[in-house]
Design a protein around this ligand. Structure first.
Ligand SMILES: Cc1cc2nc3c(=O)[nH]c(=O)nc-3n(C[C@H](O)[C@H](O)[C@H](O)COP(=O)(O)OP(=O)(O)OC[C@H]3O[C@@H](n4cnc5c(N)ncnc54)[C@H](O)[C@@H]3O)c2cc1C
Length: 379
């Protein structure tokens, strides 16, 4: 598609767009959205702290204890970065034997970062993939999603975040394209009736390295198949959780690591481990294990439809009305295991039972978005 990039800088919201298509319509295979294609609904509890993730070294009796938890809706995105920084805390210790507690995205990537630095690693976890929150994620590269409340950020935390962001973004790029990791680039379309300039870079939303975020391409009326006035295309990294987590577990073992299923109820239980270094990657589990009452769940729910291998894109939004207060905008991610529909974030809700009202809202909304989609044939 020979589409021309449109600069948006300084664009005010536009109410009267140019309705003459300047390019042939983007030809995208439609998502077949219907209730009879739904194959499952999953629930995960994002480990959120208003003050953001915890990444610091501590002591547990004579052990070095490194905390690396509380990644909110960004734990698939940022984990390689916080994992590297946790490994740096560990290298200050003379031992090269580490216990990683937790086998989600955060624990597995941290284990790999430790192994790359010469550590012998054992992962201990109450649950392993697929039975971890990480496997319930969408997952795109969303490094600031549900992560921190603006007025709780500190310059020190921002610096950690910025570094974790850069490291993780580059690491995921190295994995992209190798099908064994389930990491790949795909087009993200933001579907909207209003054009506005991209938000300026801020500590919370730093620019992507290498200018990748500047690649926004606006398709106007008649140039894209969706029912909204505009479709804004940008490249995005997709992480397919079940493929990714399995590959990381295989890599941990390939590099001599062990994975042991074991639950810890108190920090005392951890003190009995042989390893002199313990890295806490327990996500929401850190609330009970270490008494961090600031951790709370942001309940997220995904409904999955039958896979459509021909669909290789991600959408955000698409309705003409804003989402109800407290809801996320709706989004669709095409993955090898299905067409995944999301758009929920319920603060402080602990149940893993699907919320039927939210399920209906998300599925019906996507049926509306995709049934209005034109193909080159119907346009
Ligand atoms: C619907 C939804 C969509 C999401 N989309 C995205 C996205 O697009 N991009 C993104 O980056 N993130 C996304 N996330 C967020 C992401 O899933 C989390 O940030 C991430 O899973 C956190 O990883 P974790 O390893 O800290 O936690 P988990 O995956 O929960 O792993 C925690 C591990 O610790 C173990 N553990 C806990 N307590 C104990 C204990 N007491 N003893 C022993 N082991 C213990 C658990 O058994 C588990 O192995 C999404 C989440 C949801 C729910």
């Amino acid at each position: 598609m020979a589409a021309v990039s449109l600069g948006l800088s300084g664009c005010a919201p536009q109410s009267k767009p140019n309705v003459t298509p300047r390019r042939p319509m983007l030809n995208l295979p439609p998502v077949l959205a219907s209730w009879d294609r739904v194959i499952r609904t999953t629930v995960g509890l994002r480990p959120h702290r208003d003050a953001g993730f915890v990444l610091r070294a501590d002591k547990l009796d004579d052990k070095l204890l490194v905390h690396n938890y509380g990644h909110g809706g960004a734990g698939m995105s940022l984990a390689w970065g916080t994992g590297l920084m946790a490994a740096e805390f560990a290298t200050a210790h003379q031992s090269r034997q580490a216990a990683v507690i937790g086998c989600g995205s955060v624990g597995l990537t941290c284990a790999r970062q430790l192994q790359r630095r010469g550590f012998a690693v054992t992962i201990y976890a109450a649950a392993v993939p697929p039975n971890v929150t990480s496997n319930m994620s969408l997952a795109g590269f969303t490094p600031s999603s549900g992560l921190v409340v603006t007025d709780r950020r500190t310059p020190e935390w921002d610096a950690q975040y910025r570094r974790a962001y850069d490291i993780a973004y580059r690491q995921l790029q190295l994995m992209a394209g190798n099908p064994i990791f389930g990491v790949s680039w795909l087009d993200n379309f933001t579907l909207t009736d209003q054009l506005s300039a991209p938000p300026p870079p801020s500590p919370e939303r730093p620019p992507l390295p290498d200018g990748a975020e500047t690649e926004r391409e606006v398709f106007g009326p008649g140039e894209h198949p969706f029912d909204t006035k505009y479709a804004i295309r940008s490249p995005q990294i997709r992480i397919e959780p079940s493929i990714y987590l399995e590959a990381l577990m295989r890599d941990v073992v390939l590099f001599g690591g062990r994975i042991v299923v074991r639950r810890f109820d108190t920090p005392r239980d951890l003190a009995s481990l042989d390893e002199p270094i313990v890295i806490n990657c327990t996500g929401l589990g850190a609330r009970d294990l270490f008494g961090d009452q600031e951790l709370l769940p942001l309940k997220g729910q995904l409904t999955v439809m039958v896979p459509q291998p021909e669909v290789q894109y991600h959408t955000n939004g698409g309705l003409h009305t804003p989402p109800p207060p407290g809801s996320l905008g709706i989004h669709m991610m095409a993955r090898r295991d299905g067409i995944v529909l999301g758009g929920t974030s319920q603060r402080g809700i602990w149940t893993l039972e699907p919320d039927e009202d939210e399920r209906r809202r998300v599925v019906e909304s996507h049926i509306a978005v995709f049934s209005a989609m034109k193909t080159a044939h119907t346009a």
